[in-house]
Write a protein of this length. Structure first.
Lengths: 113, 113
């Protein structure tokens, strides 16, 4: 158990809908990262937050957004969902003093029908 | 820019045989290198990492990797494969700054009885 929690574990929804994925980092970790894992794109970095501030952006679609709250949990919002958004979404966290090492949550499997 | 190449999307070894999973990287800054393992329907677990210092890195479950700057490689090895090693293995690179990971495409390891 990495100490990173993600909810829900599974999510099934329809095209055009909006969903919110939640991540709680390890206790004390200030940095949160979101990744998408799909069969055709592999594991791709989406976005990073550090202590509430956006730190880096990767291949994140404009329909996707994220935020990190004062209690350090993070949410990834996916809107106008398309079939191609079906994937496993991982959250990872790292400690402020050890930004190099990320600890991954179990992931949320999103299925868009 | 950073990138990772994992040679061989599928590798099969006999139980007790040497495991060798290949990873080559490209990085314009001193790299941090990682190997993660993903078991079916689970998140990513850190096996080992190289940031600075000793180039031969030992990880969990008997795995080790050697950072070879001249060859831009970070291959993962284990002297004797166990059935429980069957999983997908990902090599990742990051660097100072945002510390976002760039992942390879993964290698699925099959261990034959």
């Amino acid at each position: 158990d990495s100490g990173v929690t993600q909810t829900p574990k599974h999510l099934i929804t329809a095209t055009g809908q909006r969903v919110t994925l939640r991540c709680s980092p390890r206790s004390g970790d200030l940095s949160v990262y979101w990744y998408q894992q799909s069969l055709d794109q592999g594991l791709q970095f989406l976005i990073q937050y550090y202590n509430g501030e956006e730190r880096a952006k990767g291949n994140i679609l404009e329909r996707f957004s994220a935020q990190q709250f004062p209690d350090l949990h993070s949410e990834l919002n996916l809107s106008s969902l398309e079939l191609g958004d079906s994937a496993l979404y991982f959250c990872a966290s790292s400690a402020s003093g050890k930004l190099d090492t990320q600890y991954f949550g179990p992931g949320t499997r999103l299925t868009v029908l | 820019a950073q990138s990772v190449t994992q040679l061989g999307s599928h590798v099969s070894v006999s139980e007790g045989a040497l495991v060798l999973l290949r990873c080559n990287y490209s990085s314009s800054v001193p790299p941090y290198l990682f190997w993660y393992v993903q078991y079916p329907n689970q998140g990513l677990q850190l096996l080992l990492k190289y940031t600075t210092g000793a180039t031969l890195v030992k990880g969990i479950n008997g795995f080790e990797a050697e950072f070879k700057k001249s060859e831009t490689s970070f291959h993962l090895t284990k002297p004797s494969a166990h059935m429980s090693d069957a999983a997908e293995y990902f090599c990742a690179v990051s660097g100072s700054g945002t510390y976002k990971y760039i992942f390879g495409t993964g290698t699925r390891l099959k261990v034959l009885a």
